[in-house]
Design a protein around this ligand. Structure first.
Ligand code: PLP
Length: 288
């Protein structure tokens, strides 16, 4: 648990503001607006060898989500220190993940609540090689949602993920592993917990974030990797018909990393085995 400091707090012993809590020990006030209203934000950060990955990008996105929800600006040094400690608590020989949470706190006084949950991965993520089956589902928002209805908080990583989880259950009912959300006007968005990346020849393409999706930290890393290999990287508004025309496609995210899409709505897709392997090697090698 973290005694959340304001961004401009005077210098203090940051370690004294972070309290380690063992599994099964009650810590959260049930009146907190995070669990009861989903009123808060989070980050999921991959951990390799006891180190958090892409930490700068995650901290930047946490600050952006806080701004979008009118939450206090996070104290960067405090969160950096707390995240480092949580990552170091995981076994160094296993991959893992951190869930970093900041809520609006208790109704009334308005002091935010913060905590981090560190979890070792229970396996080696075989889907990075075997791939995933994906279905497309309508997200119900048009591609101009960010302009027309910013109060829906597109682009913020809020705790309100019930819809994302329901979509994953719908995918399983349809015999698939994951989802690509579409806008109601027919453009490719994102997956419930990952970003879509497509390859067309030597072009690596991802949906533009201004259609109302979350900017992905893994996508940023994949674009840096692709540019270093001489591939062209493009952010575009992608009509749904283009999905099936891609030479290869992936869902990328911080813990699972790059999962190649083997089937789209039950139709087989091309899989680029060599590029997938190189992409995952690059993602695994990231430092903060
Ligand atoms: N899009 C959504 C809706 C997500 O929830 C996530 C991650 O959880 C992503 C994209 C991928 O982001 P990242 O690569 O930073 O994990």
């Amino acid at each position: 648990m973290i005694d959340v400091l304001p961004a401009d707090a005077p210098p203090t012993d940051l370690d004294a503001t972070v309290r380690r809590v063992d599994d099964g020990v009650a810590t959260l006030d049930v009146r907190d607006l995070g669990p009861s209203r989903g009123d808060g934000i989070f980050e999921t950060i991959g951990v390799i060898g006891g180190h958090p990955q892409a930490l700068d990008a995650h901290l930047a996105r946490l600050a952006n989500s806080a701004a979008l929800l009118d939450l206090p600006v996070p104290h960067e040094a405090q969160w950096r220190r707390a995240i480092g400690r949580a990552a170091a608590s995981l076994p160094a020989d296993r991959q893992g993940g951190l869930k970093v949470v900041l809520t609006r706190g208790l109704e009334g006084p308005g002091a935010p609540t913060g905590w981090i949950v560190a979890t070792p991965a229970d396996g080696d993520f075989p889907e990075r090689e075997t791939g995933i089956r994906v279905v497309t589902l309508d997200r119900g928002y048009a591609s101009d949602v960010a302009v027309r209805a910013p109060w829906l908080l597109p682009g913020a990583k809020t705790l309100s993920y019930a819809v994302n989880m329901a979509a994953l259950r719908e995918a399983r009912r349809r015999g698939a592993d994951d989802v690509i959300f579409l806008t109601s006007d027919g453009f490719v968005m994102e997956a419930p917990t990952s970003t879509v990346i497509l390859r067309f020849g030597d072009r690596i393409v991802t949906p533009r974030t201004d259609i109302g999706i979350l900017p992905g930290t893994s996508q940023l890393s994949v674009f840096a990797f692709a540019a270093a290999r001489g591939l062209h990287t493009v952010e575009a508004k992608i009509p749904v018909a283009r999905l099936a025309e891609a030479d290869a496609a992936w869902l990328v995210s911080s813990v699972r990393l790059a999962a190649p899409i083997t089937h789209l709505n039950a139709a087989a897709m091309g899989v680029d085995v060599e590029l997938t392997r190189a992409m995952n090697d690059a993602l695994l090698a990231r430092q903060a």
